[in-house]
Design a protein around this ligand. Structure first.
Ligand code: ADP
Ligand code: MG
Length: 252
């Protein structure tokens, strides 16, 4: 893939994506003919009520589930056609995930949690401890690197998960309900921090949330209902002035 082609095409191009789950005789349509594109460096939120297909969509883009129909073009390649082995490589090379429940290993410190992911994903293992330290500093945990998850608050644990996700330098960050376990203010700080770092590092972000108060951090909001897109709106309130305000919020 040439750099030119990567620069010209959207990073994510979803076309006529459908996912049906079979439960015995029953077929559940979780996604119904969904199409949209995401440009490089864009921060797109997926919103909608419980059961509307948000996680299904993230899982399909994340290559951890196969679609029933449609195209999932990521940087010019249709991953819907990938074998499981190709999907594993794709996840390793292109993606990072942040989940609601942090998914940290409880017997490893913050630093070791980040280092372990780097050991599993980076080909060159030379600067792993330096990269881990840099990213934990970036999320404001420079003094807590040697703490275990149980010694950290929910917000701090999610910061470790963000550091771990970004340390492997993914093209796309997939985030599913990152504030589900957090109070409003902490959740707000976490999403504001994701935005700040994603913009600095020019990462493309797909973030699922049902919290309307967080919409201000999105470049664009795609709304799902019963597996269909019912709205796809650019955040017109966001201006370059807001970017400064949003960045400041991350430092609180
Ligand atoms: N593995 C599965 N097997 C069967 N049905 C599923 C599965 N995963 C999700 N669903 C169904 O698909 C629909 C969409 O679910 P989901 O994507 O998890 O929604 P959301 O994340 O918006 O709450 C729901 O009706 C849900 O019950
Ligand atoms: Mg969900």
């Amino acid at each position: 893939m040439s750099n030119l082609k990567e620069a010209l095409n959207p990073v994510i191009r979803i076309e006529n994506l459908t996912k049906n789950y079979k439960l015995g005789e029953l077929s559940i349509c979780a996604l119904d003919n969904v199409s949209f594109s995401v440009d490089s460096g864009e921060m797109v939120f997926i919103m909608g009520p419980s059961g509307s297909g948000k996680t299904t969509l993230i899982n399909l883009v994340g290559g951890i589930d196969h679609p029933t129909n449609g195209t999932i073009e990521i940087i010019g390649e249709d991953i819907a056609k990938y074998t499981d082995k190709e999907l594993t490589l794709y996840r390793k090379k292109r993606l990072a995930f942040v989940f609601q429940f942090y998914s940290l290993i409880p017997t490893l410190t913050a630093r070791e949690n980040v280092e372990l992911t780097l050991e599993l994903t980076l080909r060159k293992r030379r600067n792993i401890s330096k990269i881990a330290e840099e990213h934990l500093t970036l999320v404001g945990l420079e003094d807590r690197m040697d703490n275990f998850p149980f010694q950290l608050s929910g917000g701090e644990r999610q910061r470790v998960a963000i550091a771990r996700a970004l340390a492997k330098s993914p093209d796309i960050l997939l985030v599913d309900e990152p504030t589900g376990q957090l109070d409003q203010k902490t959740g707000d700080n976490v999403v504001s921090l994701i935005r700040k770092i994603a913009k600095e590092k020019k990462k493309t972000v797909l973030l699922v949330t049902h919290d309307h108060e967080l919409e201000c951090y999105a470049d664009r909001v795609i709304r799902l209902r019963s597996g269909q897109i019912v709205a796809d709106d650019t955040n017109s309130l966001l201006s370059s002035t807001d970017e400064g305000t949003l960045s400041n919020a991350a430092n609180i």
